[in-house]
Structures are given as structure tokens and as C-alpha cells.
Design a protein around this ligand. Structure first.
Ligand SMILES: Nc1nc2c(ncn2[C@@H]2O[C@H](COP(=O)(O)OP(=O)(O)OP(=O)(O)O)[C@@H](O)[C@H]2O)c(=O)[nH]1
Ligand SMILES: [Mg+2]
Length: 370
């Protein structure tokens, strides 16, 4: 069943290692047939739980992913990993060794690891990563883990692809200002203090735990976990929490978002026209306006986001970094009529240090209209 592109779709769907590798390379380089292959795979997407793992360089992400590979496969789940610009390898260790031997006997592979570089590809990291996640999803991997180093100016924000976002925090974050913690908690569903064998870990856990309790989210209470990735301590509890988050908030979220990301750009004219349509239809609406920015905030002062009571929105205050939180505040403002002035984000330097994908700060004014 080879297509004109030389890709054996049946072998890909059977998770044959060489066939998968070839398919991904074809997509990465956008060679002829890439669009056709995606068209074949797209209808099969939507079953995988996509887990984003980000954090500062050296926080222990790769070691943690290795440990999670062991834990998930013991639970009978197949796992694919996409490592973006890896500086330390995910080996798969003995797990992968075993699976490779199994593969020789024709059995399906249940661990697959692929690195991608943000440089040197034609299509851009964001699209490539999205496509690779789709391939792994379509061929039936239960869990797809994406490792990225958090960088203030990152070309892509992998977390828009992920159903569950994990931020790995190094011990020692504790003494810092509240905004940092708010920024991390905005982004993370699970906070993992890895290297819990180091002295400052306990303090960091306590500090982050306090911060999460100060900041409620509608559908999920952010959890703080501790792990020692090198020994496997806490890894089973982390796997539990990941599965719990997937059950609680759903999977395949990226497929339900607009293809251009969660915050489509609109001119002010379009935005206010939409606001008027919502109001004419009797819907409660709120307007969020960026009133102040610091650092690499992706949207200038004066940018608007209009939100309707059910959460529909148009415009953008950050290009996707904090839209979820702002929409939540806007819905609250529609409900209680109180305008609010809120600050989101962290400085670029701190974003890098604590491993966030998004730097910069914004102050947003949110008000009910009408
Ligand atoms: N003490 C201690 N060391 C750890 C732990 N987890 C990882 N390390 C060590 O920390 C170093 C970095 O680990 P990696 O897993 O490569 O970290 P990473 O976050 O993937 O690093 P980058 O990919 O370079 O950003 C390695 O030397 C690990 O052995 C832990 O729980 N405790
Ligand atoms: Mg790594």
C-alpha cells in the first residue's frame, strides 16, 4: 500500500519504526506528499493525551521523561516523545532496548522518541511539531510527550498543542516575587519540583503550593508534585496526576482550537463589529485592553480582546500566552459587573530561568460592556 510518496501508510499505521521515521522526515521537510499524508492521518487523530513538559535548562526534564516512559509502559500505555531542540538526550534506556527487540519479532512498538530542531526546517517549528504530534496520535500512541526548554522568545509555544502542561521547576525558586509564581501557575497544570533530593526543594514545594492556592482556575486546581527523576521517586504519583488531569479536562484540545492558535488576530473594526453583534443578540460581553507592557510582551498597549459570556472571543492581548486566564477574568467581569486591572506574566530573564515558554509582562484592564 505504498503511496506515490513512497510512504507505506499501512506500515506507518502499524507503528513500524522505519516507516514512522520516514513519514516524519517527509513532513518535516515538507516534501511532496506531506499534505496528502496529513489528510490520511487527520481523521484518525484525537485519542492521544498530549503532555507538554517544559522547564529551565538542566531542570531534569529528559531524565524525568525517561522515568515516565518506564512508568507509563508498565501501565500498558504506548508513549511517543517529541524533544524540541534537545541538549540532553532521552534515551528510552532499557525500555527502548526491550521494545526494539520486540519489534524484531513483529510486535508493535510502544515507545518512540523523535528529536526536532527549531532550525533548518522549511516549515517552521510550530507546524512541524504539530504535525509530528498528529502522526503519533493517528497511529495510536496513547500518550505523546513534548519536551521543550522554556525560552522567553521561543518561536513556538508548544503548550498550545498540549492537553496537559507540566512545568519542571528547579529547587530554589522560592524567594521570588509573586508575579513569577502567578506566571508559572497561569501556564502549568502540574508543577513539578524535580531534584527533590536537593536541600532547597522542600521550601520551593511549600512556596509554590501556597501560590497555587491563591490562584484558582475554573476547571482544575494546579498541583505541586516533587520528584527525584534519577531514582524514580514521585514518578508514579506524577503519572497519576497526568492521567487525572487528562480525564478532568479532556484530550485532543489542539484539534478543537483555531488552526492559527487560540487567539486569532482581528482588526479593531472587526472586533467591535463582533462586540455589537453579540450585544444585539442579547449576550453579555466584556472587553480586555492591554494598558501596560514590559519586556517581550507579544501585543502592544491598546490591543483588545473581546469576550462573550460563553467564552467565545475575538482579538488578542498576548498572542496566546495568557488568553485563557484573561477570558476567565472577562467571564467573571460579565457575571459580577466589576472591572478589574490585572497583571500577568514574568520578566524575560525570569521566564528563561524558570523555564517558561513566554516572557514579558502585561497589565490588562477588563470591563463589562453595557
Ligand atoms: N540530584 C538530582 N539530579 C538530577 C535529577 N534529575 C535529573 N538530574 C540531573 O540533572 C542533570 C540534567 O538533567 P536533564 O534530564 O538532562 O535535564 P533537562 O532539563 O532535560 O536539560 P536540558 O534538556 O539541557 O534543558 C543531569 O545530570 C541529571 O542526572 C534529580 O532528581 N536529582
Ligand atoms: Mg533535556
Amino acid at each position: 500500500m505504498k503511496s506515490a510518496t513512497g510512504i507505506d501508510l499501512e506500515a506507518v499505521l502499524n507503528r513500524s519504526r522505519p516507516a514512522l521515521a520516514r513519514a516524519i522526515t517527509l513532513l518535516e521537510n515538507d516534501r511532496p506528499g506531506a499534505a496528502e499524508l496529513m489528510a490520511e492521518l487527520a481523521p484518525r487523530c484525537g485519542r492521544a493525551h498530549v503532555v507538554g513538559i517544559t522547564g529551565a535548562p538542566g531542570a531534569g526534564k529528559s531524565t524525568l521523561i525517561n522515568a515516565l516512559l518506564g512508568e507509563f509502559t508498565r501501565r500498558g500505555r504506548s508513549v511517543a516523545v517529541v524533544a524540541v531542540d534537545p541538549s540532553s538526550p532521552i534515551s528510552g534506556g532499557s525500555i527502548l532496548g526491550d521494545r526494539l527487540r520486540m519489534d524484531e519479532h513483529g510486535s508493535r512498538d510502544d515507545v518512540f522518541i523523535r528529536s526536532v530542531s527549531s532550525r533548518g526546517h522549511l516549515g517552521g517549528l510550530s507546524r512541524n511539531t504539530g504535525r509530528i504530534i498528529d502522526v503519533f496520535d493517528a497511529v495510536g500512541f496513547d500518550t505523546v510527550i513534548v519536551e521543550t526548554v522554556g525560552a522567553g522568545q521561543s518561536e513556538v509555544e508548544i503548550r498550545h498543542f498540549a492537553d496537559s502542561n507540566i512545568v519542571v521547576c528547579p529547587p530554589g525558586l522560592g524567594d521570588d516575587v509573586q508575579a513569577i509564581k502567578a506566571g508559572i501557575i497561569e501556564i502549568a497544570d502540574l508543577l513539578v519540583v524535580n531534584k527533590a533530593d536537593l536541600p532547597q526543594a522542600e521550601r520551593t514545594v511549600l512556596d509554590l503550593t501556597t501560590a497555587t492556592h491563591l490562584r484558582h482556575r475554573k476547571d482544575w486546581q494546579v498541583k505541586v508534585l516533587r520528584t527525584v527523576a534519577t531514582s524514580g521517586e514521585g514518578v508514579a504519583a506524577l503519572a497519576d496526576a497526568i492521567e487525572e488531569h487528562g480525564r478532568a479536562t479532556g484530550i485532543g484540545k489542539r484539534l478543537k482550537r483555531a488552526p492559527s492558535g487560540p487567539a486569532p488576530q482581528a482588526t479593531d473594526e472587526e472586533l467591535f463589529a463582533q462586540l455589537r453583534r453579540w450585544r444585539a443578540a442579547g449576550k453579555g460581553v466584556a472587553l480586555a485592553t492591554v494598558v501596560k507592557t514590559w519586556g517581550s510582551s507579544p501585543r502592544p498597549e491598546g490591543s483588545h480582546l473581546a469576550v462573550e459570556a460563553d467564552g467565545a472571543f475575538v482579538g488578542s492581548v498576548s498572542g496566546g500566552c495568557i488568553e485563557g486566564a484573561v477570558i476567565g477574568e472577562a467571564q467573571a467581569a460579565i457575571a459580577d459587573g466589576q472591572p478589574r486591572l490585572i497583571e500577568f506574566g514574568v520578566s524575560d530573564e525570569r521566564a528563561w530561568e524558570v523555564g517558561l515558554a513566554c516572557g514579558g509582562k502585561v497589565q490588562v484592564y477588563v470591563e463589562r460592556i453595557g
